[in-house]
Write a protein that binds this ligand. Structure first.
Ligand code: ATP
Ligand code: MG
Ligand code: FE
Length: 360
């Protein structure tokens, strides 16, 4: 079965072809440079960029694979959650293709696709505990099968990736700064007394990262020399040297540690609650973080479950994960009519696999 995947939920425009569960080809255009100027994603600009780029990426994908749209078995599209205007570009494009070719449409929950993505590389073992740590979400799920997700915990305020990006911003590091915090932190030893592990002294499976961000903000306010003189991107961060780099590395390592330990505590709690699972799946942009990866390896091995982690390129938004989730759904007999709607958040349609609201 040949499945086209379309992803436009935020600031990556991406398409991919998955045939029988394997990635055949993909195209991805990131808008990071466009939004970096503004310190974050500007929704209006994001949708315009998707509109400009998506048809070209689709044409390139078809040219590379030598296929015509009518050769596809399904058109999978991320229907949410995400920015409404951005989602609408992908969903409308998918509908147009479906209408003109008669190929069935399948709407995909972007968050669940993140968690299923590593299935492109290795067999997923169910039931699984899923930890999604991305730019907009921090969720734990009991994943009974590729189509049965039960939300266990969620963030009450900032998402883990958002906390990384806000800390980067405080240091005058360009958006999205999570990867730079990771990189700098890997050079330093964490001071485990510097920042709190937020919202862990309770029985809750939920997360709250805003207090951690405030603690970092206070520390930076007390040590203003940590803040970089000019907005720093990859080149500037690479060029940092001397004592300032060392001090920054220590702060970043300590922040990485606080996030990773907080995730560890909540995941261990969730594992104890749900009983036997066969694997721990960690996905989303923050799953690319080296300390998070190392910490989760320890959690999985202590619990005696397999750890499934996407390669760093599969952690952040991509078309392959949408095509792959679309393949799993199509195999289970799911499809959507042309009434399919983009669902930015919080909207629940019972019995619909692609529900995006994740209501508990
Ligand atoms: P969502 O999937 O919730 O809608 P999103 O798609 O924007 O959000 P992702 O693309 O999964 O999120 O992840 C992007 C986030 O991951 C950003 O906040 C980014 O800073 C963070 N991130 C990426 N790499 C790393 C890293 N190595 N360490 C920490 N954070 C990282
Ligand atoms: Mg992105
Ligand atoms: Fe995402």
């Amino acid at each position: 079965m040949r499945i086209l995947g379309i992803e436009t939920s935020c600031d990556e425009t991406a398409v991919a072809l998955v045939t029988d569960g394997r990635l055949v080809a993909e195209r991805l255009a990131t808008q990071i440079d466009v939004h970096a100027l503004f310190g974050g994603v500007v929704p209006e600009i994001a949708s315009r960029e998707h509109l400009r780029v998506l048809p070209r990426l689709f044409d390139e994908l078809m040219a590379e694979t030598g296929l015509r749209a009518g050769d596809l078995d399904a058109i999978a599209v991320a229907r949410g959650p995400g920015l409404l205007g951005s989602l609408l570009v992908g969903v409308s494009f998918a509908k147009g293709l479906s209408l003109s070719t008669g190929v069935p449409l399948v709407g995909v929950n972007h968050l669940w696709a993140h968690l299923l993505a590593p299935g492109l590389v290795e067999e997923l073992l169910f039931p699984a505990l899923g930890l999604l740590v991305s730019g907009g979400h921090t969720h734990t799920y009991l994943v009974r099968s590729p189509v049965e997700f039960e939300l266990l915990g969620r963030t009450l305020d900032d998402a883990a990736g958002e906390a990384f990006d806000k800390v980067a911003k405080l240091l005058n590091i360009a958006y999205p700064g999570g990867r730079f915090i990771d990189m700098l932190g890997a050079e330093g030893e964490p001071d485990t007394t510097l920042f709190p592990r937020p919202y862990v002294d309770n029985q809750s499976l939920d997360f709250s990262f805003s207090g951690l961000k405030t603690a970092v903000a206070k520390h930076i306010a007390a040590h203003p020399d940590l803040v970089l003189d000019e907005l720093a991107g990859a080149k500037e961060v690479a060029g940092l040297s001397g004592p300032r780099r060392e001090r920054l590395a220590r702060v970043c390592a300590s922040f990485n540690w606080s996030v990773a330990q907080t995730l560890k505590i909540k995941v261990e709690r969730a594992l104890a609650r749900v009983g036997a699972v066969r694997s721990l799946i960690v996905a989303g942009g923050v799953a690319a973080n080296s300390m998070v990866r190392e910490t989760m390896a320890g959690v999985a091995s202590a619990a005696g479950v397999r750890l499934t982690l996407p390669s760093p390129g599969l952690c952040t938004d991509n078309g392959a994960m949408i095509a792959y989730a679309g393949w799993l759904l199509t195999r289970e007999g799911y499809s959507h009519s042309l009434d399919l709607e983009a669902v930015p958040r919080g909207h629940v349609v019972p019995l619909d696999w692609a529900v995006c609201g994740d209501k508990r």
